[in-house]
Write a protein that binds this ligand. Sequence first.
Ligand SMILES: Nc1ccn([C@@H]2O[C@@H]3COP(=O)(O)O[C@H]3[C@H]2O)c(=O)n1
Ligand SMILES: [Zn+2]
Ligand SMILES: [Zn+2]
Length: 244
Amino acid sequence: MTLTLQMLGTGSAFAKTYFNNNALLHQGDFTLMIDCGITAPLALHQLGYAWEDIDAVLITHLHADHVGGLEEFAFQMKYRYHRKPVLYIAEPLATPLWEHTLSGGLSQDEIRVLDDAFEVRKITEGTIVTLTENLDVELIQTPHIEGKLSYSLYINGGIFYSADLRFQPDLLHKLVNERSCHTILHEVQLTGEGFVHTTLNELLTLPVALQQQISLMHYGDEKEDFVGKTGPMQFLQQHQLYEL
Ligand SMILES: Nc1ccn([C@@H]2O[C@@H]3COP(=O)(O)O[C@H]3[C@H]2O)c(=O)n1
Ligand SMILES: [Zn+2]
Ligand SMILES: [Zn+2]
């Protein structure tokens, strides 16, 4: 069965011409949403999806472009569809997600804790979790912002989906050389210093053979100025379907 990727958005946190960098992974009848940012509800609506079409959401880290749509997801599922959405999250992020991000909005009626709003499935880093037949995910903790946990994904033993992360050339080489990685979906910062992200200039230092496996996402509104300037790396286009 073919695994299909559809980016709900490919934009950076501050992009205004692209939705937040959130994704849908379709495997058979199963649809996984990777991150659910502020713009996810509108992106889903524009693509013709209903919230009940999302079988589970997996969160990489706690910035609003990755979790800002979770309140609507939980409320719509509760009041419109009368069930809890399935939430996959790294174990250390579950309490901060509730206490620092969601509790203010979601605490009402009988919702008191994260498990009242979601069917929470905590994941341990480095453990392969099967989400459905032919779709498994491993979390890899990757550095983004000091003191803020962030997890990239290794999907089906061959696809790396980066969270927001600082440049990690050793990890990329290891995945390709030792773990059969064939596809790298990587965030990119097109201009400025990469204090918390990976810059295009950093990615361009990688061997060309490795760059050929990389598709770029989480980019800014200046993306059109960089078409043709990314070596063999291609920009992922939001809403387009890709067979992985
Ligand atoms: N030192 C920092 C820290 C954060 N930021 C911006 O804040 C955004 C939060 O969401 P993000 O997608 O991780 O992107 C971050 C930077 O744009 C930034 O520009 N510089
Ligand atoms: Zn982000
Ligand atoms: Zn971030």
